[in-house]
Design a protein around this ligand. Structure first.
Ligand SMILES: *[C@@H]1O[C@H](CO)[C@@H](O)[C@H](O)[C@H]1NC(C)=O
Ligand SMILES: *[C@@H]1O[C@H](CO)[C@@H](O)[C@H](O)[C@H]1NC(C)=O
Length: 186
């Protein structure tokens, strides 16, 4: 009896689902295997991010000035197209660019909202991106920021990065930050 009820329920659900996501509708359920989504992998890569704010060719430019010259620079937004290299030197192999912006989002201490794509330009990753979005308290030793998505080889990507300042010039504010990225993708 219970089994029959279950079967009826099952058949009914099946038709209900079909009504909602039938082939003639705008939405349907896809077979993820046909998308090459077989096994989820965890990739780690280490990159050096060069925030060049000084000199004749800055890769990081202010969009808005900080509100009232506050010490926390609250309100300031910088647009970046920062080189991402394999080693800490700018002359080392270029792996891609960090494109997006960061803004000073904290009124107590320095807290950056990072919103950027790591756009890879090398080897099999060429053309693929990961998207990093979240808070970065730059004066902490190691900061964790979420990876909220990706494209190309990183479709359906998610994970986090650990950012650690490798070098900072106190007078110019040029900085090199080491990014250890951990990304789950297919
Ligand atoms: C800027 O700072 C001055 C002095 O501290 C203060 O009186 C003023 O309200 C501030 N303006 C804004 C827009 O925060
Ligand atoms: C990366 O892809 C672009 C566009 O398809 C191409 O022009 C470029 O040569 C590629 N770079 C490398 C290193 O393969």
């Amino acid at each position: 009896m219970v089994a029959t009820q279950f079967t009826i329920f099952f058949i009914f659900s099946f038709f209900a689902i079909n009504l909602v996501v039938g082939d003639d509708g705008f939405a349907r359920i896809m077979d993820s295997k046909l998308f090459g989504m077989k096994k989820e992998k965890l990739s780690h890569f280490r990159l050096y991010w060069h925030d060049i704010v000084s000199g004749r060719n800055p890769s990081s430019v202010a969009v808005t000035a900080p509100e009232n010259n506050s010490l926390t620079a609250f309100g300031m937004i910088r647009m970046i197209d920062n080189p991402l290299t394999m080693g800490p030197e700018l002359s080392s192999k270029m792996m891609g660019r960090a494109q997006g912006l960061y803004s000073f989002a904290s009124q107590e201490g320095i807290g950056l909202l990072m919103a950027m794509n790591f756009a890879f330009t090398e080897g099999k990753y060429n053309g693929s991106t990961i998207t990093i979005l979240g808070m970065d308290s730059v004066f902490s030793e190691v900061r964790e920021v979420p990876v909220v998505g990706g494209s190309g080889l990183f479709r359906f990507g998610r994970g986090y990065v650990q950012a650690k300042t490798h070098w900072l010039d106190p007078s110019t504010k040029d900085a090199i930050v080491r990014y250890d990225c951990y990304v789950l993708h297919y």
